[in-house]
Design a protein around this ligand. Structure first.
Ligand code: 5LI
Ligand code: NI
Length: 185
């Protein structure tokens, strides 16, 4: 299983590199990694398991965060009321093919398992995206996401291009954003 010791932190090169595009069919170890990444997210969102294994909660995990330069990220965005997740899949070779002009940022800002510090500020992203990706079986998907799931997928896709969330924060005006941009609670 993946635990915090497997997650690389700022300063490791893989985190600031362009990840390699996946080639299908994925190898057995790449499919195993996809499983392990999703399992990490489930574990990290279970208070008992998270406490037992000292896991920081996450709603996404990108392969570069476990030092694998591959365009693959698992996303598990739970719903507020504990029903079906808002989004759950492992996205391979993801591309945002269109997006809203309107921006959005989480009111709480963002955090990252690869960043061992709080970096306050609005991370302004696209509020709505059309995302094309492949699942681990190689099936192509084209989906529209908005608000929280859209924000999380953009955070993960950034990891595949060596971008960290605080790269988007204007440190002179960390809580300033355009009037038409949305703040997501
Ligand atoms: O890349 C993934 N992580 O670093 C996992 C830890 N961060 C989060 O779960 C997280 C927290 C807040 C906002 C966003 Cl967008 C995300 Cl993604
Ligand atoms: Ni992250």
């Amino acid at each position: 299983m993946i635990t915090m010791k497997n997650i690389i932190r700022e300063g490791k090169d893989t985190l600031r590199s362009e990840a390699k595009k996946a080639v299908f069919p994925l190898s057995a170890e790449q499919r195993q990694l996809a499983h392990d990444m999703m399992e990490f997210l489930e574990n990290s969102q279970d208070p008992k398991i998270a406490e037992k294994y000292h896991l920081r909660a996450g709603v996404g995990l990108a392969a570069p965060q476990v030092d694998v330069s591959l365009q693959m990220a698992s996303v598990l965005v739970p719903s507020a009321d504990g029903s079906a997740p808002l989004f759950k899949d492992t996205i391979v070779n993801p591309v945002i093919i269109s997006h809203s002009v309107q921006g959005a940022a989480l009111s709480e800002g963002e955090g990252c398992l690869s960043v061992d510090r709080d970096v306050p500020g609005y991370v302004v992203r696209h509020d709505r995206i059309t995302l094309r990706y492949y699942d681990v079986e190689g099936q192509q998907h084209k989906i529209r996401l908005k608000n929280y799931p859209a924000i999380v997928c953009q955070h993960e896709i950034d990891h595949l291009h060596g971008i960290l969330f605080y790269d988007h924060i204007d440190h002179d005006h960390p809580f300033t954003m355009e009037d038409e941009d949305l703040v997501i609670e």
